[in-house]
Design a protein around this ligand. Structure first.
Ligand SMILES: [Fe+2]
Length: 333
């Protein structure tokens, strides 16, 4: 997609006709992580090695093929993903068909507004300079289509081809971003709502002849959300799609969003950077992490991945949720 800073109204935009109607709210099936063993024994005992990559986010499981997991192991994996934000695997033999089946175990297949095949999105390489990307799509931090009424929960990206270097993805924990706020800011942000918009995503697609199927949407989601399984509170912010805070006046919102972007971009300690190889998989909880694919410096033709995701619940805030620090008093990992 484009590397321009802003994409605006044009003849193409005025003549655009949506093929599909807007999405309406659904209640997804119960999160599979509710069926996990809290110790995740069936999954972890099958691994040759379980490597936590950073203190706050990211675990690599070595010696397991996703194509061979039992239903119990898949459920255990959901809980691990919910707790660690993202779980990585290398050298996977998963076929595209098996990836579709694997995703279906977790719920209803989600559909991105630009998604051509109903079962997966093809992710390609990205050029340009990371500094060019403002609030214009996936060169900047985002959680995938957070602007929908039911943004995705578990999301899997399997990389098929990748350059020898370049095209890494950085994942950052929004659970930890919430935890690192001062108690005063935590209290201030709880109960506020962020406006998530696909306006710019839509304009970029139409102006760059990328197929898109729905009109742009805006949805309000809690700025602090609670995870239905872990009961952890997390920030639910990203600079690609959040354009306003509903309860604030305009200037207050602009400065708050600028603070949040700086809070996110300063979070090296709450992030993991993943280097892809052919057959690598990242499986993340899109409700509680943001990510960015680092663009530029490589031949974009050499990078291709397949992404599948399921609909999450409509984001909610439960004041009885716990911060990560509180949670760690009774949990290890
Ligand atoms: Fe993404």
């Amino acid at each position: 997609m484009t590397t321009t800073v802003l994409s605006g109204l044009s003849e193409k935009v005025f003549s655009f006709k949506a093929v599909d109607p807007p999405l309406t709210e659904i209640t997804p099936p119960q999160d599979r992580a509710f069926s996990a063993d809290p110790e995740k024994k069936s999954l972890l005992s099958a691994a040759r090695q379980v490597k936590h990559l950073t203190p706050y986010i990211g675990t690599e499981i070595v010696g397991v093929q996703l194509s061979q997991l039992t239903p119990q192991q898949k459920d255990d994996l959901a809980l691990l993903v919910a707790e660690r934000g993202v779980v990585f695997f290398r050298a996977q033999d998963l076929t595209l068909e098996q990836q579709h089946d694997f995703t279906e175990h977790y719920g209803i297949q989600d559909r991105d507004p630009n998604q051509v095949d109903p079962r997966h999105v093809t992710i390609l390489g990205r050029g340009g300079d990371i500094r060019q990307y403002g609030r214009t799509g996936s060169g900047e931090y985002h959680s995938d289509h957070s602007f929908e009424i039911n943004p995705p929960a578990y999301t899997l990206l399997r990389v098929v081809r990748t350059p020898e270097f370049g095209g890494d993805t950085i994942f950052t924990s929004q659970t930890a971003l919430y935890d690192k706020l001062s108690p005063t800011f935590q209290k201030t942000f709880e109960g506020l709502h962020a406006v998530h918009s696909s306006d710019q995503y839509f304009l970029n697609a139409v102006n760059n002849d990328v197929k898109t199927f729905r009109y742009p949407v805006r949805n309000e989601h809690p700025l602090i959300r609670t995870h239905p399984v872990t009961n952890l509170k997390s920030l639910f912010y990203n600079p690609s799609f959040v354009i306003h805070i509903s309860e604030l006046k305009n200037q207050e919102a602009i400065h708050t969003l600028n603070f949040l972007r700086e809070h996110l971009h300063s979070a090296d300690d709450l992030s993991v950077r993943w280097k892809w190889e052919p057959g690598s998989v990242a499986f993340w909880d899109n409700r509680v992490v943001v990510h960015r694919a680092v663009p530029g410096g490589y031949n974009v033709e050499e990078r291709e991945g397949k992404r599948t995701a399921i609909y999450g619940e409509k984001p909610f805030y439960d004041p009885k949720g716990q911060s990560l620090s509180e949670w760690k008093e009774t949990h290890s990992l």
